[in-house]
Design a protein around this ligand. Structure first.
Ligand SMILES: [Zn+2]
Length: 382
């Protein structure tokens, strides 16, 4: 082969090589186009971009929520605040009632100075407890009720001259969880008196009695209610009392029967002055007949219970109220409750629908009830 022939051969070879490369390139491009087409198809069919967009949105939302989160929303407290305020819950009492005795065998009572490491602590109706009220103020202990709130002609300021003596009155399931966790104390006799009269006595009596008891006897105190009296004396299922035209005592089945539903409604509806001042027949008819009264015979309650609740010679207001009715006189009576001359009254005459106000004995004592839920102070007389 000549030199030129050789060169031609090489050139041809190169041309042939070039030709293969081009074909390969075209094939590669075709393959890539197919791959792209397939990939696009896959992306479109699987909504991959949609998924990516949604994931992005979820991420952005999470960030936004994180940034918007404020632990103090709603109650102004952070978790740290709650932890700071948290107290270790003390042992819960569970007083078992046996006649006039109450026994608790919780660890707190077993460890009590007057308790017993196996039998716990036993207290008794009328037994003294060395309770001393937590007070906001020092010095003279006084409270005032305005004329407007009492119905009396002038403001009344009453004061305690000495620390009261507290005695056991009962036990109660204050939070209604089935456990008698609360020891109830009262004083032996009312120490201060207050006058309550007329519509104001019915309207404001229970609230004002509770307030005055708190101010005089400390923040754990409130006024005694007809329910306290009933519980201590064992008086169950009270019924509203009314009198028919002949003056015979009748009862309504429960304490929620409205006056307008009574058989004597026609006899009482014409005298329709009401303590709320509406003074209409319709307004009178809405009041429930929840007034009743009773005394207790010697077989119904122990002497200790009767002495504690009924034997006080002065009488005292109750921080609860009621309504009763008398067909013969055509009147409806409204008042705070009171215990007086050995009788418990869920309403004691203060206002009448015929306009008679402040019936006798309107200056009566205040009698506090103190609830002790945890530490029991020293017991006297064990
Ligand atoms: Zn206990």
């Amino acid at each position: 082969m000549s030199k030129k022939g050789k060169e031609r051969g090489i050139l041809k070879m190169r041309k042939e090589e070039k030709g293969i490369t081009l074909v390969a390139l075209i094939i590669t491009i075709v393959v890539m186009l197919i791959l792209v087409a397939v990939s696009v198809n896959v992306i479109v069919n699987s909504d991959l971009i949609g998924h990516a967009e949604k994931t992005g949105d979820a991420y952005r939302n999470a960030i936004a929520k994180e940034e918007a989160y404020n632990p103090s929303i709603g109650n102004g407290k952070t978790l740290e605040d709650y932890m700071k305020d948290a107290k270790i819950v003390e042992e819960v009492h569970n007083w078992k009632v046996n006649g006039d005795k109450f026994t608790c065998t919780c660890d707190l009572c077993k460890a009590h100075a007057n308790g017993d490491s196996s039998n716990g602590l036993t207290v008794e109706i009328g037994q003294e407890i060395k309770y001393k009220a937590e007070r906001d103020t020092t010095g003279a202990i006084t409270t005032t009720i305005t004329a407007a709130m009492s119905g009396h002609t002038e403001n009344q300021t009453i004061s305690l001259t000495a620390e009261p003596t507290y005695v056991v009155m009962g036990v109660a399931d204050i939070n209604e969880n089935g456990t008698n966790e609360t020891l109830l104390l009262t004083i032996t006799k009312p120490e201060v008196k207050v006058t309550l009269k007329g519509a104001a006595a019915y309207n404001n009596g229970p609230t004002e009695i509770n307030r005055m008891c708190r101010e005089l006897y400390g923040k754990d105190a409130r006024g005694m209610t007809i329910e306290d009296v009933n519980n201590c004396l064992g008086y169950i299922n009270p019924k509203g009392i009314y009198y028919d035209k002949s003056g015979n005592e009748q009862t309504a089945n429960n304490l929620t029967t409205k006056l307008s539903s009574l058989p004597i409604w026609n006899d009482i509806k014409n005298n329709h002055q009401t303590p709320d001042g509406r003074n209409t027949e319709a307004a009178l008819g809405e009041y429930p007949l929840d007034g009743y009264h009773y005394s207790i015979s010697s077989t119904e309650a122990t002497e200790a219970r009767k002495n504690l609740i009924l034997a006080s010679d002065t009488g005292y207001w109750l921080a609860s109220r009621g309504v009763n009715a008398h067909a013969g006189f055509g009147y409806t009576g409204f008042g705070p409750g009171a215990v007086r001359v050995g009788k418990a009254n869920s309403n004691y005459g203060a206002f009448s629908s015929v306009g008679r106000e402040g019936e006798g004995g309107d200056e009566l004592g205040l009698r506090p009830v103190v609830s002790l839920t945890s530490q029991i102070p020293e017991v006297v007389g064990i």
